[in-house]
Design a protein around this ligand. Structure first.
Ligand code: GTP
Ligand code: PEP
Length: 201
């Protein structure tokens, strides 16, 4: 894929985020924040720009330290993504606009780079179970048209996006459950996630 890639990353308000990880840690909002920071840090060297859609002031402040743009968005994942995609499209009519989930704490930049390079037009990366979506890419100049949610892999494929399946397991490893976290840990978690999980001494 040759066009510049600009990414929208949705980050839910931390005290409501990652509800399925209740019990994994005493500070779930801190873990959700760490996931987002590790995901975005891995994406930054790969793409031209990242804009995070979030209403959370802690996320805004932490991303400002990394030099990452944030903007508030409407309630709900797909509305937030459409809002961010419209912003990016207004800046460049020919770019590839992508949506990257913010819960990929083992993501390696080289794997994201390889998946993006393999895309030829509208494409998506299924999660490791094959049912969800971790990355959605528009065709150059095209609409993002996100259909995230239960069964999003099938929805994106039915809407004409091609599945990106290749040697990028960390891109497929979104973390929704304690079991997902174990799988991500085996790949190697990002620094902020390791710190969030470490017991305080
Ligand atoms: N900006 C924004 N992001 C969202 C919203 N809902 C989900 N997200 C983000 O979308 C991505 C995928 O969401 P999920 O994997 O369902 O994460 P979650 O909603 O925090 O987790 P659960 O509470 O367990 O469903 C994550 O990056 C979330 O932060 C929303 O309403 N607004
Ligand atoms: C919203 C999605 O993710 P999750 O299953 O992680 O909530 C999705 O895969 O479309």
């Amino acid at each position: 894929m040759r066009a510049d890639v600009d990414l929208v990353v949705p980050v839910k308000t931390l005290d409501r985020a990652k509800s399925r990880l209740r019990g994994v840690t005493a500070d779930r909002p801190a873990l959700a924040l760490a996931f987002a920071l590790d995901t975005i840090r891995a994406a930054l060297p790969v793409v031209r720009s990242v804009v995070a859609i979030t209403d959370d002031p802690v996320v805004v402040a932490e991303l400002a330290v990394l030099g990452v743009e944030t903007t508030p968005g409407p309630e709900g994942l797909n509305p937030a993504l459409r809002h961010g995609a419209a912003l990016l499209r207004s800046r460049d009519p020919r770019s590839v606009v992508g949506a990257l989930q913010a819960d990929l704490p083992a993501l390696r930049p080289e794997e994201l780079r390889a998946a993006i390079a393999a895309a030829d037009g509208r494409a998506f990366c299924p999660d490791r179970q094959g049912t969800g979506t971790t990355l959605l890419l528009s065709e150059p100049g095209g609409d993002l048209a996100p259909e995230f949610g239960v069964g999003s892999a099938a929805a994106h494929e039915a809407a004409g996006a091609r599945p990106l399946v290749g040697p990028w397991p960390t891109l497929r490893c979104d973390v929704d459950t304690a079991e997902d976290l174990d799988v991500a840990a085996a790949f190697g978690l990002g620094r902020r996630t390791r710190a969030a999980l470490a017991p305080v001494c």
